[in-house]
Ligand binder design. Structure first.
Ligand code: MV4
Length: 591
């Protein structure tokens, strides 16, 4: 077994991996960017190395610096977490060349699954059912039209070969929509993966997203840990995941498990991986394989009792899987809610800011994976996830009630979050019936109820010297009330008190920001992020409502919708599709 491991990631997943390393008695090494110098993940590790300047969103991608840090620390292996470097075959090879173990699959398996057309071809050969369509790239719109007419039929999905997770995904309901869909998918493929290659699938109406967790060791053992349903998603970002899947019975579970292990075997897989698929009308189809540990792996850990990251580390160290397929016992029901700093009432706009108060729920069957604390700034540079809240209970109904209880117990001050949205969604008839809830997530009117008041700036941001918050219990006519008093620290013996530790760490007040883009008195809509303009939804001169979509900016693989902070006329529009914007640029002027 390793004696020291570097985690090439930040936030909740870095801490998640550190926890398992600590349990295994393995030394922990963190890397951080300047912006993350004081972040919980950097403080928690035994050692931490600066790998890049800040504020920047590229630091966790600097391969040379990360390998140098591993060498300097004496770590024998690198865990990439998810995102950043996890599905980068070149990084896996760089680790090998530097004599470091990459805790993940072989680089060739990452490559095989990275090309969606190659993956479809391999799966077809292995007898794994794929969504009907092409396995070869389709070069021109004319070819596409012919293939659809002869072999697939409308509606069709056009997907980028380099894509995955919905990037470069377009739908053509009929022949007259084909050209636009084809060109859209090719353009996005070129932009994000430097590869305009596309392929075609039959479009399945209202399928469920069902994926299966697999584990494979270097001794030829391949097992699965059951499925997860991730159908509640918006713009291909998963919001709620659960296991078992409500639409899967024992026979289908066995079938999906076999599909997962077959897919893994077909590419010589090793480590933890996820086979994603679509379930429609009782049929299951392979979609793609994610060659990493996923955000939602926790629900499977709750229903199996197996630490997936521990298995990953043991496999990378050359050990055999600690369990055989027959030892896997699935029990109860687990649900995960992604608690993002987003405003569901404003088109799920990112809501960055500083967390002023933070208290996690606990109690029976509750798990929180997070990398934040009071004083932490959710920056627009990284993914806006504050925490993952995962619960387990004996069945789906009980788990749902437990989740609502835990969400209500979660206290997050200073930023808007998806907590009200999750509480609302989990209490609908649609959720109770196990539906995909797609209509609700797109329903602007329904989402309006989750509007949250503008967060109070933190005491420390007022820059009036140390501020403290004190809680008192008061009794009024025999009834107990809790009151909070916030103000300047009282002098003790004539000496001003120091601010609490968390407050002292808070960064100085910055220009006000919100996910809706900064609004200002002159009507300027200021970009809260730096990125590429994917789409411009309005024209100059248009009249827009408050919350209307202005444009979509892609940053760190996340699509951020910039919405109008107020109703008005678009008097100025300074963005165009494909262009780039910097933090602080004026996107539009709305008066
Ligand atoms: C599809 C599809 C329908 N037909 N492919 C791909 C990425 C993933 N985020 C969703 N993807 C889909 N691929 C074909 N051939 C529909 C979706 C889809 C979806 C699927 C299940 C549950 C929710 C979904 C939301 C949007 C799109």
């Amino acid at each position: 077994m390793f004696s020291k491991v570097l985690v090439a990631n930040r936030g909740e997943i870095a801490i998640r991996v550190f926890r398992t390393l600590e349990e295994l008695g393995i030394g922990t090494v963190a890397v951080y960017s300047e912006t993350d110098r004081d972040a919980p993940h950097a403080r928690r590790a035994d050692e931490a190395y600066l790998v890049g300047p800040g504020p920047a969103n590229q630091s966790y991608l600097v391969v040379d610096k990360i390998i140098e840090a591993a060498k300097k620390s004496g770590a024998e292996a690198i865990h990439p977490g998810y995102g950043f470097l996890a599905e980068n075959a070149a990084f896996a090879r760089s680790c090998d060349e530097a004599g470091l173990v990459f805790i993940g699959p072989p680089a060739d398996a990452i490559d095989a699954m990275g090309s969606k057309t190659r993956a479809r071809e391999l799966m077809k050969e292995a007898g794994v059912p794929i969504v009907p369509g092409t396995t070869d790239p389709v070069d021109t719109v004319e070819d596409a039209a012919r293939i659809v007419d002869e072999a697939i039929g409308y509606p069709v999905a056009i997907k980028a070969a380099g894509g995955g997770g919905g990037k470069g995904f377009r739908v053509a309901m009929s022949a007259d929509e084909l050209e636009k869909a084809f060109e859209g998918a090719a353009r996005e493929g070129e932009k994000f993966f430097s590869d305009p290659t596309v392929y075609i699938e039959r479009y399945l109406p209202d399928p469920r997203h069902v994926e299966v967790q697999v584990l494979a060791d270097s001794k030829g053992n391949v097992i699965h840990l059951g499925e997860r349903d991730c159908s509640v998603q918006r713009r291909h970002q998963k919001l709620i995941e659960e296991s078992p899947a409500p639409a899967v019975d024992d026979a289908m579970r066995t079938r999906i498990g076999e599909i997962g292990t077959e897919a893994a075997r077909a590419v010589g897989y090793r480590s933890a991986g996820t086979v994603e698929g679509l379930l429609a009308d009782g049929e299951y189809f392979f979609l793609e394989m994610n060659t990493r540990v996923q955000v939602e792996h926790c629900v499977t850990e709750m229903t199996t009792g197996i630490d997936i990251v521990r298995e990953q580390i043991r496999i990378a160290a050359g050990e055999e899987l600690s369990i055989a397929q027959d030892d896997v016992r699935l029990g109860g029901h687990a649900i995960e809610c992604r608690v993002n700093a987003e405003d569901a009432a404003k088109n799920f706009a990112p809501a960055p800011g500083t967390i002023t108060a933070y208290s996690e729920p606990s109690g029976p069957g509750v798990r929180v994976d997070s990398g934040v604390e009071a004083g932490f700034e959710i920056t627009p540079l990284y993914d806006p996830m504050i925490a993952k809240l995962i619960v387990w209970d004996v069945d789906r109904d009980s788990a749902t009630r437990r989740m609502v209880r835990a969400l209500r117990e979660f206290e997050i001050g200073g930023v808007r979050s998806l907590i009200p949205f999750h509480i609302g969604l989990l209490q609908t008839e649609q959720w109770a019936r196990g539906e995909t809830c797609r209509d609700l997530i797109e329903d602007r009117e329904w989402l309006k109820q989750f509007a949250q008041p503008k967060p109070e700036p933190s005491a420390a941001e007022e820059e009036e010297g140390p501020q403290v918050e004190r809680s008192y219990a008061v009794e009024v006519s025999g009834r107990r009330f809790d009151v909070k008093v916030i103000g300047a620290a009282p002098a003790v013996n004539g000496v001003a008190q120091a601010a609490p530790a968390a407050a002292a760490r808070k960064p100085p007040r910055r220009r006000e920001r919100s996910g809706a883009g900064g609004a200002s008195a002159d009507g300027a809509l200021v970009s809260p992020i730096q990125g590429t303009v994917l789409r411009v939804a309005v024209e100059k001169g248009a009249d827009v409502d408050e919350g209307a979509l202005i444009c979509v900016i892609e940053a760190m693989k996340m699509e951020n919708e910039i919405t109008a902070p107020t109703a008005g006329k678009v008097e100025e529009l300074n963005v165009s599709e494909g262009g780039s914007v910097a933090t602080g640029d004026t996107i539009a002027v709305i008066k």
